[in-house]
Design a protein around this ligand. Structure first.
Ligand code: MF3
Ligand code: CO
Ligand code: CO
Length: 254
């Protein structure tokens, strides 16, 4: 199999889906505060996606995932399942949104700092965001996937964090997860060559401790083995002849 090059009309649909996913994060941001449960965040996002956007929350029933968003708190690396547990001051939480509109997917996530957060946690959150953007800046036709991975790994490790290897970014389009695997570590000049019209996610997970993760008994929740804090940010990116277009950019990022 090979990497799908999107047509102009598919790219237009991906722009719409990406914008909707970004809009969900903007909608939910003011609700991510001390005392809210992640189930409440899930319901707000679900209802907004279904009723307002007339779109589909892609995670719901995806390989049996039980909720419409992923909420990954503190040492949870990714795929956290919303629950009745309340967010507390000092938590760092990733909210990962994927919507399907007109058959195409938009996938994006961001970290939220709840109440007063320890400077060490805040630093992990900020460096992880910067690592994602350094990866994104490598994207252009002719670049290699290894260029992206290297940029992220180099910056993460220079800041004494580890890069999770068990999960990666992915191609995206009509399917949630398409080829290629977008590793967040690697070597310059290695891996597949990017071409204009490819659409991928870049979604690095960085840990304060070691890179190793384990999956809990629910079959989804991935946590750091050493229980160290973990952070993640994600955007959906179109490869263009001269660079990239971030399809999930939020107003605050423009
Ligand atoms: N949104 C995640 C990603 O970035 C995938 C979540 S799969 C789910 O690829 F089933 F947990 F929703
Ligand atoms: Co993704
Ligand atoms: Co995602």
């Amino acid at each position: 199999m090979s990497i799908i090059i999107k047509t102009d009309s598919e790219i237009e649909k991906m722009r719409v889906a990406g914008k909707l996913a970004a809009d969900v994060l903007e909608m939910i941001a003011p609700f991510v505060v001390v005392g809210v449960t992640t189930n409440e965040l899930d319901k707000l996002c679900h209802d907004f996606i279904v009723d307002v956007q007339q779109a589909i929350p892609a995670p719901l029933n995806y390989h049996g995932f039980p909720k419409s968003i992923c909420t990954s708190i503190n040492h949870t690396v990714c795929h956290g399942i919303p629950s009745d547990k309340k967010l507390k001051s000092g938590d760092i939480v990733n909210v990962d949104i994927t919507v399907i509109k007109d058959d195409y997917h938009g996938d994006t996530s961001q970290m939220f700092c709840v109440g007063t957060v320890n400077p060490h946690a805040k630093r992990l959150v900020d460096i992880t965001r910067e690592a994602m953007f350094l990866g994104i800046k490598q994207v252009r036709a002719g670049a290699r996937l290894g260029d992206i991975g290297h940029a992220i790994q180099h910056y993460a490790e220079a800041n004494r964090y580890s890069v999770v290897r068990d999960f990666c970014g992915h191609g995206i389009g009509k399917s949630f997860h398409e080829e290629p695997h977008v590793l967040h570590y690697g070597k310059i000049g290695e891996g597949e060559t990017l071409e204009a019209g490819m659409i991928i996610t870049i979604e690095p997970m960085l840990n304060l401790g070691k890179r190793h993760v384990k999956t809990l008994g629910d079959g989804w929740t991935a946590v750091t083995k050493d229980h160290s804090l973990s952070a993640q940010w994600e955007h959906t990116i179109l490869v263009t002849p001269t660079g990239y277009e971030i399809l999930t950019l939020r107003q605050e990022e423009m």
